[in-house]
Ligand binder design. Structure first.
Ligand SMILES: NC(=O)c1ccc[n+]([C@@H]2O[C@H](COP(=O)([O-])OP(=O)(O)OC[C@H]3O[C@@H](n4cnc5c(N)ncnc54)[C@H](OP(=O)(O)O)[C@@H]3O)[C@@H](O)[C@H]2O)c1
Length: 299
């Protein structure tokens, strides 16, 4: 049996993001316990020229967990939350802070039904790209950085990551930060539809489609309480146009690998919440339907 103490740190889903967080914790002597779907002896994370080896094993049987952890990081894809529910039920308790390392603006709503009463769920905006390599290692690209809402539970997460190479920022207006990132992810969804990388945003027709789509997203974001300026769509488009032409995005990588795509939390959410607020989202509706079919079929 795995017996956890309340000062333990657990990571559920040691993929690209989960492995990176595990590595930064291991570097400062706070090695987390790893829980995943695929058994592994250890994890390997590449940062520049360095290799950080995080000792495992990756445990794969929730039945063998017999106690809650103080801090849990959930880093499965949003499409995998239901599958990770047995881990959440075992590793979370009334004293646990659960930090959700996922894209989107609905982390708390999605995860809360799976945790016991009292667990504090803290969403995070993940700013760093990390990529699984063909040999199973993970490469961190850029500097590790998270933004959390400045509120209950965030202090525990910040304390857990204190002194690591992962910077934690606390935002008083987390909603706006999360929606700004969501708009960027929504536009990146167009890359998954075309099967093209960031270079496609140089096209005038794609640029105009992106503007129209993001203005729709902005109306929904504001109805949800996000404080975002009028020029956010243009800023996001400019960011893609200034990126290397071969820049990819995880939703495109998922499409290329034939995996389920996080279309609902990155794109579908705009249409769903648009309906709640009575805001027409014709472009979003088309993008969402095409992404859903691309991801989930049927053939
Ligand atoms: N990667 C990035 O650069 C990046 C950047 C910003 C935000 N994000 C967001 O961060 C989240 C995680 O993304 P990621 O790229 O790290 O995904 P990922 O590499 O696919 O990692 C997901 C991990 O969860 C594991 N898993 C799947 N089902 C599970 C279950 N039932 N129980 C336990 N573990 C399970 C997977 O195991 P297997 O090995 O068996 O598949 C994998 O290790 C997503 O919401 C993504 O959008 C990612």
């Amino acid at each position: 049996m795995t017996s956890l103490r309340m000062d333990d740190v657990a990571i559920i889903g040691p993929g690209a993001i989960g492995s990176t967080v595990a590595a930064v914790l291991h570097e400062v002597g706070r090695t987390p316990v790893l829980y995943g779907r695929t058994a592994r002896d250890d994890l390997e994370v590449l940062v520049g020229d360095e290799t950080i080896r995080v000792p495992g094993p990756v445990r794969t049987d929730p039945v063998l967990v017999d106690g809650a952890a103080a801090t849990v990081f959930l880093a499965v894809k949003a499409t995998q939350v239901d599958g990770a529910a047995p881990w959440l039920a075992k590793l979370c308790g009334p004293e646990t802070v659960l930090c959700v390392l996922q894209n989107g603006v609905e982390q708390v709503a999605m995860v809360s039904p799976h945790v016991p009463a009292g667990t504090v769920v803290v969403p995070a905006v993940v700013w760093f790209p990390a990529q699984a390599q063909p040999d199973g290692s993970v490469r961190l690209r850029g500097s590790a950085r998270l933004t959390l809402p400045d509120g209950t539970g965030a202090d525990r997460v910040a304390e857990t990551l204190r002194g690591t190479r992962c910077t934690v920022e606390l935002a008083s207006d987390f909603r706006s930060v999360a929606w700004r990132k969501l708009l960027q992810n929504a536009a990146a969804g167009l890359m998954a539809l075309t099967g093209r990388r960031a270079g496609m945003f140089a096209r005038a027709d794609i640029a105009e489609l992106t503007r129209v789509y993001l203005r729709e997203c902005l109306r929904v974001a504001r109805a949800e309480g996000a404080q975002l300026e009028d020029d956010v769509p243009e800023e996001i488009l400019a960011g893609f146009r200034a990126s290397p032409a071969d820049l990819s995005t995880s939703i495109l990588t998922d499409r290329e690998a034939g995996r389920a795509m996080e279309w609902d939390i990155r794109n579908g959410v705009v249409s769903r919440l648009g309906r709640v607020h009575g805001i027409p989202t014709p472009t979003s509706d088309v993008v969402t339907a095409l992404l859903a079919a691309t991801s989930d079929g049927p053939r």
